[in-house]
Design a protein around this ligand. Sequence first.
Ligand SMILES: Nc1ccn([C@@H]2O[C@H](COP(=O)(O)OP(=O)(O)OP(=O)(O)O)[C@@H](O)[C@H]2O)c(=O)n1
Ligand SMILES: C[C@](O)(CO)[C@H](O)COP(=O)(O)O
Length: 404
Amino acid sequence: MTDSPAPLVAVIVVAAGSGTRLGHELPKAFVPLSGRTLLERSLDSVFGMRDASQVIVVAPEDRLDEARAIATERAGAAGGYLDVVPGGNSRQASVERGLAVLRPDVDTVLVHDAARALTPSTLCDAVVAAVRASGAGVVPGLDLVDSIKRVDPRGTVLAGVDRRELSAVQTPQGFPRRMLVAAFAAATEELTDDAALVTAAGFPVSIIPGDPLAFKITTPWDLRRAELLLATPADPAGSPRVGTGLDVHAFDDTSELWLAGLHWPGERGLAGHSDGDAAVHAICDALLAAAGLGDVGGVFGTADAALADAHGEVFLRETLRRVGDAGFRVGNVSVQVIGNRPRLAPRRAESEARLSSILGAPVSVSATTTDGLGFTGRGEGIAAIATALLVPAEARGPVLSWEA
Ligand SMILES: Nc1ccn([C@@H]2O[C@H](COP(=O)(O)OP(=O)(O)OP(=O)(O)O)[C@@H](O)[C@H]2O)c(=O)n1
Ligand SMILES: C[C@](O)(CO)[C@H](O)COP(=O)(O)O
């Protein structure tokens, strides 16, 4: 008799809200935060978990393709199952849409707000562990630090509230599947979170320590706060940021060689969806890493028809734009090509001039062999490693108000 498969964890990421209180032209999950959308960042938290076997993204009906592209790219090499479904006209309705596609072998379900874009993966893992240990619902919560008053419709303060009996709850909220499904089936009203439905159905829910980084981005001030958490310190000098990048391409004798921004007639080409310029891709990875914007695969994908056979300049200019949008300019870049051929020395100055003119900053190009060792030494391909230094484009003054 074959062992039954281990029960799985599903995470429903609710991202179908309009973001009325944020007041942005885009639906909130698609609003950029330091160069990457809230949805991208919230999915990084989920795909960074130890045990998220099914991820269900609940997105606006008119942005399903965009949500699917983001989720697929953030999933990267992570295994598991990915579903993208249209949301409903309330958070609760959207969660219900997610519950409808749970896989049969899921026994633990987390529900997470895409709006809590900076949530650490460790908090998600802690919720899973606590649900599994307790067999009950689990919600991360923070102690209240302000005094809480009960007020009447005119704003008159009534009795105080003992804040020691309260918790500011966050997401992901985790539950045994049967409890959550039963609670939604028994729901008779719209409640603001999943724990409320589960307790209303008579099931136990406990609080575990939350994380201040798991705050919900609701208002423009919340978005500004998140930007500041991600940005370099707001002081006149600013803080430089360093990134590294590595890229490898196998030789492809059916194509021409483009490397370090130059065409190399008569040399063996490199395989790849683009022109395979490993040096330029390593530079882009280093720039994106320094700006905290992910990597070339995440930004450009590996199958975009618009980038078929695209040359390095296309990648460099888009990367430069994103780095600029994130508030940085390039300090300098260094890239080293590793391979038996071509010999870069005769054209080093040409390559450096070419790359520097595109990035508007000094680029140094060097090359080495591995003395016959490894795939490059066997003449199977070329590798490149790059380091990039970014500096804040301009110092940011202190935040004086929450207007965006
Ligand atoms: N119909 C809805 C409403 C909300 N959400 C999601 O539920 C989370 C928490 O909701 P909230 O922060 O209130 O988001 P919005 O409803 O978009 O914001 P607002 O209330 O300001 O319109 C968000 O990730 C949001 O995308 C959803 O999936 N479907
Ligand atoms: C689910 C939640 O994030 C827990 O604090 C919160 O209830 C969502 O409230 P919203 O008004 O839908 O943002």
